[in-house]
Design a protein around this ligand. Structure first.
Ligand code: TMP
Length: 198
């Protein structure tokens, strides 16, 4: 089993790329599943509803611990003993470092401890789709914003810079891709990194 994760702020086009990559793996007869975080189990989807509801207020610490509650359940239910060849994560633990660590200002050391505590398997490659925050928001301007998306430009600039720091600290795993390119160019860059691995 190989894990790949996709990260980035809102509006960078993660879902499109994840679906293209799933088709690519399936054409090669590799059993592939997409898991979104927070979510993808019954309990984790309920936790997601709490995390994203606009009419619920959450302390930063609560937000962090709920993210890891959803993640712990997902790892136990869907990753341990998985029969899939390929698992594609639409966000994974780097999102907690970027959003709750860099964005909300919570202790990154504590978050790394939670990653260890919940036994998160490490992805082979993490694709960070990078885009200017305002451009990302423009792409999603017609969508109703959830609780986290309402956190403001300042917050999202911290998240974006946080992701870029994560990538520069771990360049072998985290590949930064300019999301301001055509879907097919981005897909080809993703495939090139993966082909080096297979
Ligand atoms: P999305 O799946 O629709 O992108 O929504 C998930 C939201 O949750 C998104 O704003 C990013 C945020 N998030 C965190 O803040 N921390 C995390 O660890 C994860 C997985 C997501």
């Amino acid at each position: 089993m190989k894990i790949f994760s996709f990260e980035g702020i809102e509006g960078v086009g993660k879902s499109t790329q994840i679906n293209l990559l799933k088709d690519w793996f399936e054409k090669r007869n590799l059993k592939t599943i997409i898991l979104r975080e927070p979510g993808s189990t019954k309990a984790s989807e309920k936790i997601r509803d709490i995390l994203l509801s606009n009419d619920i207020s959450l302390a930063n610490e609560t937000e962090l611990l709920l993210m890891f509650s959803a993640r712990a359940q997902l790892i136990n239910e869907k990753i341990v003993n998985s029969k899939y060849d390929i698992i594609l994560f639409d966000r994974y633990y780097d999102a907690s470092i970027a959003y709750q660590g860099y964005g909300r200002g919570l202790s990154k050391d504590f978050i790394y401890n939670l990653i260890e505590f919940t036994k998160c398997p490490i992805p082979k490659i993490t694709f960070l789709l990078d885009l200017d925050v305002e451009d990302g928001f423009k792409r999603k301007s017609n969508d109703k914003k959830d609780r986290i998306e309402l956190s403001g430009l300042d917050f999202f600039n911290k998240v974006r810079n946080g992701y870029l720091n994560i990538a520069s600290n771990d360049p072998d795993r985290v590949k930064v891709i300019n999301a301001n390119q055509s879907q097919s160019l981005i897909h080809n860059q993703i495939i090139s990194s993966i082909e080096l691995l297979l």
